[in-house]
Design a protein around this ligand. Structure first.
Ligand code: COI
Length: 355
């Protein structure tokens, strides 16, 4: 892919925030990658430019019918001061699966990875040095053709922006309290729950707000048909440790195939832990908590990394999980995953990529 690079003037470079107080998604770097798609022409005009506003026609189809997909991955600074990506091609390939489902054009994952590396190298000074902090990378595609007919657009914009981030949840690695929703549902099989499209996140906000009003950090979604089987937590996948079995819901069409989820399954498997991908009912979780066989619950995601769950609220009752503490397996997985991501531990699966 031919790209042009227009670097920002030195005088226009932004002041960088304090690495120890980044929050999540509040700051954006000096540059972005942009390319345009036109039907009949394909992707063209690929360029790295100073970070700036877009101009969009008010009839741009994304603003009306929501053809919008995105990804989230991270760059980490290792102890040799190099920058590393974690499984970047997996994200770009997943983006193509989202594109197919949303009738949007696919990208060339290898070529986009090269431009992504170029962009991160240009803004490498923004990759934080503080422990637990990283540079969040947000590839996004939206329909920009002006038109009000409901059909696939003929014009799209693909862009990548970068944001230095700390922990996603204010609790950091401390256990979060989760509200089980049986009033709202996130997705149904045959819908778009298994792809990373903007509308899934818009649809989740009301339940998240209600959870917050009740004093909980996020929502645990149940299946849309029986409102009984566990699906996801907020914007993350979920794992349960029942005695010596690690369990996560199967990829049955309504949950996102998380890359951290896949990494956790592979790490646990490498350690000889029995991992099952099977349906788990909320009743099974409560019964196992009552009997003591539920040892821990944690969420996984690029933004959330591994987030332990300390309490669940369901139908007016609060269930404390593992005494409200972080479980041993969550700690072990967190240390291993972050160790690989920051290049401190061996990387047997070749997930890290120094750029
Ligand atoms: C991620 O974990 O990268 C996500 O996409 C979650 C995000 C909505 C904050």
């Amino acid at each position: 892919m031919k790209i042009t690079i227009e670097a920002a003037d030195a005088a226009d470079l932004k002041a960088r925030p304090d690495d120890n107080n980044l929050g999540f998604g509040k700051y954006f770097t000096d540059h972005m990658f942009v390319m345009t798609y036109d039907q009949g022409q394909g992707w063209h005009n690929a360029r790295i430019v100073p970070y700036a506003d877009f101009t969009l026609d008010p009839a741009a189809m994304v603003l009306h019918y929501g053809q919008a997909i995105f990804e989230g991955l991270k760059a980490y600074r290792d102890s040799d001061d190099r920058v590393r990506l974690f499984r970047p091609l997996d994200n770009l390939k997943r983006m193509n699966r989202s594109a197919v489902r949303m009738c949007m054009p696919e990208i060339d994952p290898g070529a986009v990875l090269e431009t992504l590396k170029e962009l991160v190298r240009l803004d490498a000074a923004w990759v934080p040095r503080a422990g637990g902090a990283s540079l969040y990378i947000r590839p996004t595609m939206v329909a920009t053709e002006a038109g009000l007919g409901v059909r696939p657009a003929a014009r799209y914009l693909f862009f990548i922006i970068l944001s230095p981030v700390g922990a996603y949840y204010p609790e950091g690695f401390s256990p979060v309290k989760i509200f089980v929703s049986d009033k709202y549902v996130r997705a149904v099989r045959g819908g778009v729950g298994e792809v990373k499209t903007a509308g899934n996140y818009a649809a989740s906000i009301m339940a998240a707000m209600e959870a917050r009003e009740h004093g909980y950090t996020q929502v645990l979604w149940l299946d849309a048909v029986e409102r009984k089987y566990i699906e996801e937590i907020g914007t993350s996948n979920i794992f349960f440790r029942f005695a010596d079995e690690l369990v996560t819901p199967p990829l049955s069409g309504s949950i996102l195939p998380g890359i951290t989820r896949d990494s956790v399954i592979k790490m646990a498997d490498d350690w000889g832990i029995r991992v099952s991908q099977r349906p788990i009912s909320i009743d099974e979780v409560i019964a196992a908590n009552d009997s003591g066989s539920l040892k821990e619950i944690f969420a996984t995601g690029t933004a959330a990394v591994i987030s332990p769950v300390g309490a669940l609220s369901y139908r007016g009752n609060e269930y404390v999980i593992n005494g409200g503490s972080t479980g041993d397996l969550a700690v072990r997985l967190f240390d291993e995953l972050q160790g690989i991501q920051y290049g401190i531990r061996p990387d047997p699966h070749g997930w890290g990529m120094v750029i």
